[in-house]
Ligand binder design. Structure first.
Ligand code: GTP
Ligand code: MG
Length: 193
């Protein structure tokens, strides 16, 4: 569905955020949860957004312009213990600045691991999303790693724990390319493209 994807830039500090008027949808979640992989799945490009076995790989906020109409934004993952506290603080500041002040931001795809209970940081993010009145969707990803019989209960558990309706939780897998249509629909709706 999305044709042309271009890397705009990676921002290490707020004054490096691109000055444009494109609406943006950001991908947020714990380090290593699969944010960059979902972006690549959506764009049908294996390596546009960088993926690694090592957590904490995405260190900047990366902006991808799609079809000259909107941007997908890959946020650095939070909550990885292997990253020095000082660096984590720097990321937190960068992410907060983006989330709190970015006028272009129209929606968030919040990613959690379909196999696990949400983390403390996931709950904090959830609270913030609810209070910010932003459009959001929870993508419970890596669901290819779950037995089929576990899919429904895990989805319900995540919705219940986060205090949101089941419709807001989408089961996804970058590996199996699952959830693509619904993510595309969400992006279209919130960006108005
Ligand atoms: P950071 O940038 O470090 O915050 O990580 P990220 O959230 O962008 O995760 P990334 O997409 O780099 O994926 C992390 C690891 O999980 C990689 O080894 C991926 O191959 C793997 N992974 C991502 N999505 C899936 C999925 O849907 N299924 C499976 N089985 N593995 C996945
Ligand atoms: Mg990443």
């Amino acid at each position: 569905m999305f044709d042309r994807a271009e890397f705009v830039r990676g921002a290490h500090q707020p004054d490096q955020f691109p000055r444009h008027t494109f609406p943006e949808v950001a991908f947020s979640g714990r380090s290593n949860v699969g944010k960059s992989s979902l972006i690549n799945m959506l764009l049908g490009r294996k390596k546009l957004a960088r993926i690694s076995k090592k957590p904490g790989r995405t260190k900047s906020i990366n902006f991808y312009r799609i079809d000259d109409r909107f941007c997908l934004v890959d946020l650095p993952g939070y909550g990885y213990a292997g990253v020095p506290a000082e660096e984590q603080e720097k990321w937190a500041y960068l992410i907060e600045d983006y989330l709190h002040h970015r006028k272009n931001l129209k929606g968030i795809i919040q990613i959690v691991d379909a196999r696990h209970e949400p983390s403390e940081d996931d709950y904090l993010m959830m609270d913030w999303l609810a209070s910010a009145e932003l459009n959001f969707l929870i993508a419970a990803t890596k669901c290819d790693k779950l037995k089929k019989s576990r899919l429904k209960p895990q989805r319900k558990m995540i919705a219940d724990r986060m205090g949101i309706s089941l419709e807001k939780v989408l089961l996804t897998s970058a590996r199996k390319r699952q959830g693509k249509k619904r993510l595309e629909t969400f992006i279209k709706e919130v960006t108005g493209i």
